[in-house]
Design a protein around this ligand. Structure first.
Ligand code: DQA
Length: 145
């Protein structure tokens, strides 16, 4: 099972950005965490991070016919990007949304999730663990499909 894990804008600044919200671990630490979780679950993963909406759209498109599922933290694009929503709908791969923080308890503008409308599940407020839960969920989903 091949899973594409996408992280959106400013997640490369983990460890530097708003530590009270996102903690002190870095994006490299997050990559290590995800790789180890995927290994435990026996999933083949590809990690991708970009600060560009179009690059994320293209990566989702490239997953068509190649990947079995997608885990995505679209970061700020969660709340703005119909293009990412449309890309997820276009490839129609099982997708799971992740947020490090609990966006439901944050500012009103974070209450909309466009990408989430094309996702089967959402894990938020669990920090890095959310990615592990998303991978576990996808593994179960893909096994059952
Ligand atoms: C985030 C939440 C978003 O609202 C924010 O723009 C991010 C990170 C999270 O992981 O908690 O950049 O997706």
């Amino acid at each position: 099972m091949k899973v594409l894990v996408i992280n959106g804008p400013n997640l490369n600044m983990l460890g530097i950005r708003e530590k009270h919200l996102y903690g002190t671990e870095t994006y490299a630490d997050l990559e290590t965490f995800i790789r180890e979780a995927a290994k435990r679950l026996g999933l083949d993963i590809e990690l991708f991070q970009s600060n560009y909406e179009g690059a994320i759209v293209e990566k989702i498109q490239e997953a068509y016919g190649v990947m079995d599922g997608i885990v995505i933290n679209p970061a700020a694009y969660t709340h703005t990007s119909v293009a990412i929503l449309d890309a997820l709908k276009a490839v129609a791969l099982p997708a799971v949304e992740v947020h490090l923080t609990d966006v439901s308890k944050r500012e009103p503008f974070r209450q909309v999730s466009y990408a989430g409308m094309a996702c089967r599940a959402r894990f938020m407020g669990l920090g890095f663990e959310g990615y592990e839960k998303a991978l576990e969920y996808l593994k179960e989903t893909l096994s059952g499909d």
